[in-house]
Design a protein around this ligand. Structure first.
Ligand code: BGP
Length: 461
């Protein structure tokens, strides 16, 4: 197996505006669902730490760019806060334009390509009050926001992303209670997913009208490979259903410009099809992306659903597939996620064989660890050998996939400086740099020194 990565391989890390910026209501920023939810139910958030206590990027971005340079990064992904750029959805916030222009521009000056995402779970509150993605009007609002961002930053930013993990706000907000509005309703969840896919396509359409030819646009999806417990017909059927609902529901429209017949049939049989309009198919097909970001943390393992437990029509994903607890799994016990580096290779082969080998990069991969201060040495540096091993194991699979013809063009760790993790706040730390929650100071972890050498050599040690 080669140990060298391709030339121009994207090396860096990822974060998002709501998890790192802070400056919660400064300079005209309005509230997102996270801000309002925290104000209403702080007890839902680990240690009652909410979205105002993030990693101070609004004040410290210049210092961070210096640290990125020290790590030899050539790229970095974050997002724009919709409710900072357009606090009421219509009026441009000049302070936000200044901040993002300087943030992205300074990266660029250091040879770090900003990869800029538009939506990372942070629905503006004013729009959530109108129904959020359930309301079809959200598509036009998002297209306007996307257009505004392309106009304001398109001379600096060449790599754009519409959404991060869009299935997550569907699943956690409308089939669970880890995101606002904490609804459990399959039909509403499908509508939210459909409108999100249309909003993505509308943003891509805006981009195609404006963009310089050197620019590109993509989407970031959490593409876990799905493994069946066995080769039995029932287990394989569960795997196929899970793939359609969880993986291909956004992957197909983003890469192929339409939904699979299998997904449409599955929804139709269960009375779950959303309302459509005549131009929707044309809009969806205009949403084809130039590249994919793949967030990979863990595989999905499934088994069939006992016949006497299936609801007709289906009420939740549980009616299609049940999770399977693989006895041989290796776990990250802090986050409760399985560690399975081979999953990256399997995803790479799926993209190669079924999605035209579209260019893609690992846009998130990482290991959240609780109480990392346990691993500090006498100088205060976190000796995160577990993170180094985790990254190395995954990079080996990336190389194996590239050797087998995968079009993988980069690797970004989640995350750069420890950042705020939604309901988990700072329970698990993911960064190359440790964040001091009181002072905002950043201290390098051992993995940051290891990684800068890997990046410099462009090969695994
Ligand atoms: C991804 C999200 C990130 C980040 C990461 C780690 O799914 O895109 O926003 O949070 O997961 O997960 P968590 O913070 O829940 O531990």
């Amino acid at each position: 197996m080669p140990i060298k990565f391709p030339d121009a391989f994207l090396w860096g890390a990822a974060t998002s505006a709501p998890q790192s910026e802070g400056g919660q209501y400064s300079d005209g920023k309005s509230a997102s669902t996270w801000d309002v939810w925290f104000e209403r139910n702080p007890e839902r958030f680990h240690d009652q730490v909410g979205p105002k206590d993030t990693s101070f990027v609004y004040e410290r971005y210049q210092e961070d760019i210096g640290l990125m340079t020290e790590m030899n990064f050539n790229s970095f992904r974050t997002s724009i806060s919709w409710n900072r750029l357009l606090p009421d959805g219509k009026t441009l916030n000049e302070a936000a334009v200044r901040f993002y222009r300087d943030y992205f521009g300074k990266m660029k000056q250091q040879g770090i390509e900003p990869i800029v995402n538009l939506f990372h779970f942070d629905m503006p509150w004013w729009l959530m009050e109108k129904g959020g993605w359930e309301n079809r009007e959200a598509i036009d609002h998002f297209a306007f926001y996307a257009n505004t961002a392309f106009e304001a930053f398109g001379d600096i930013v060449q790599s754009w992303v519409t959404f991060n993990e869009p299935i997550v706000h569907v699943e956690c907000g409308y089939m669970g209670d880890d995101h606002w509005p904490q609804v459990r309703d399959f039909k509403r969840a499908v509508t939210v997913a459909y409108h999100t896919a249309l909003a993505h396509a509308a943003a891509v359409s805006e981009f195609r009208k404006l963009a310089a030819s050197a620019s590109q646009i993509g989407i970031i999806l959490n593409l876990s490979p799905v493994y069946a417990r066995s080769e039995s017909a029932g287990d394989l059927e569960a795997k196929r259903a899970m793939e359609e609902l969880q993986i291909r529901s956004f992957l197909d429209p983003a890469v192929k410009g339409n939904y699979s017949e299998r997904l449409v049939a599955l929804l139709e049989e269960n009375g779950l099809l959303p309302d459509t309009q005549p131009d929707d198919a044309a809009l969806l097909s205009a949403g084809k992306v130039d590249f994919l970001g793949v967030n990979y943390y863990q595989p999905i393992r499934v088994q069939s659903v006992p016949q006497d437990e299936v609801h007709h029509p289906a009420q939740s994903m549980d009616d299609f597939a049940r999770r399977y607890d693989w006895p041989e799994k290796i776990m990250n016990p802090y986050r409760g996620w399985e560690i399975y580096p081979e999953g990256i290779y399997d995803l790479a082969m799926m993209i190669k064989e079924e999605y035209g080998n579209i260019p893609w990069f690992v846009s998130e991969n990482g290991m959240g660890v609780a109480e990392e201060e346990r691993f500090m040495d006498e100088t205060g540096m976190v000796q995160d050998d577990y993170r180094i091993a985790f990254i190395r194991d995954h990079l080996q699979q990336v190389l194996r996939a590239i050797e087998a013809g995968a079009n993988c063009q980069g690797y970004h760790l989640w995350t750069f400086v420890d950042c705020w993790s939604w309901l988990n706040a700072y329970k698990n730390r993911y960064g190359f740099y440790r964040l001091d929650l009181e002072t905002g100071n950043r201290t390098p972890k051992k993995s940051s020194f290891w990684m800068r050498e890997i990046i410099k050599a462009n090969q695994l040690d």
